[in-house]
Design a binder for this molecule. Structure first.
Ligand code: Z5A
Length: 207
């Protein structure tokens, strides 16, 4: 039987890395085989692309190049990790996916939505997440959490205006696709965030 594809989305410091491991535990407890992965990344080549994308010291990356690199990494990730795992019946849990391209490159960088739609069809065929949890928090709260951690990457050095556009983008996507995208208030204390996540995952599994 085909596995399910669950993605986690949100802005900087919203708690994806923290909560993805919590979700993995929930799914393992339910008896599913789980593959935990992330974007950009998830294969050796895609992780190399990730390093190039996050490095702020190299030559300036154009918006077009950035978008194409996201989808090059994604195509590789789908072909070699995501699709084979789903075909074997594993549940795939992915930290970011194509909603991030719509939010960051589409809303944040004002790139043409139809170009992203074309790349989505070209690199994914029919693959779309079955469930997406959008961890939503005010931009200044997320940034404060990230800054505590130390060194900022190329995206984290963007201006507040950019992050606000990204957040608006994610919330728009959730409004347009409420069946798939569930919004979690990630500004709450961690136990409350995880309580909301548990309910959404239980509903998804048991209906
Ligand atoms: N990107 C793109 O532009 N287009 C695309 O298509 C894709 C990606 C796929 C890398 O992603 C960059 O790629 C990303 C978008 C772009 N931009 N940036 N930056 P990433 O996912 O690796 O990067 P990130 O979003 O910055 O991840 P992050 O900084 O690791 O954030 P996080 O995973 O959401 O947060 P966290 O590490 O779980 O938590 C941050 C801190 O907050 C940590 O100390 C936690 O202990 C703390 N935390 C978490 N939750 C709470 C609560 N509830 N209360 C208090 N403290 C908390």
């Amino acid at each position: 039987m085909q596995g399910k594809f669950i993605t986690l989305e949100g802005g900087e410091g919203c708690g994806k890395s923290t909560n993805i491991k919590f979700i993995e535990q929930l799914l393992l407890t339910e008896g599913f085989s789980v593959v935990l992965t992330r974007e950009p990344g998830g294969t050796i080549l895609a992780e190399n692309i990730r390093q190039l994308l996050l490095d702020k010291e190299q030559e300036k990356i154009s918006e077009q190049t950035e978008l194409l690199m996201m989808f090059a990494a994604r195509a590789q990730h789908i072909k070699h990790v995501i699709q084979p795992a789903l075909d074997q019946g594993s549940w795939v849990l992915c930290d970011r996916f194509t909603d991030s391209s719509y939010a960051y490159q589409g809303y944040g960088r004002n790139m043409d939505r139809s170009a992203i739609q074309w790349l989505e069809s070209f690199s994914q065929n029919k693959l779309r997440p079955d469930l997406t949890l959008l961890l939503d928090a005010p931009v200044d709260l997320g940034m404060a959490r990230v800054q505590k951690r130390g060194q900022l990457d190329r995206f984290e050095c963007e201006k507040m205006e950019f992050f606000n556009k990204v957040r608006t983008g994610f919330l728009e996507i959730a409004k347009q696709q409420p069946e798939r995208v569930k919004v979690v208030d990630a500004a709450q204390e961690l136990p409350a965030v995880q309580e909301s996540i548990t309910q959404l995952i239980q509903n998804f599994i048991h209906g």
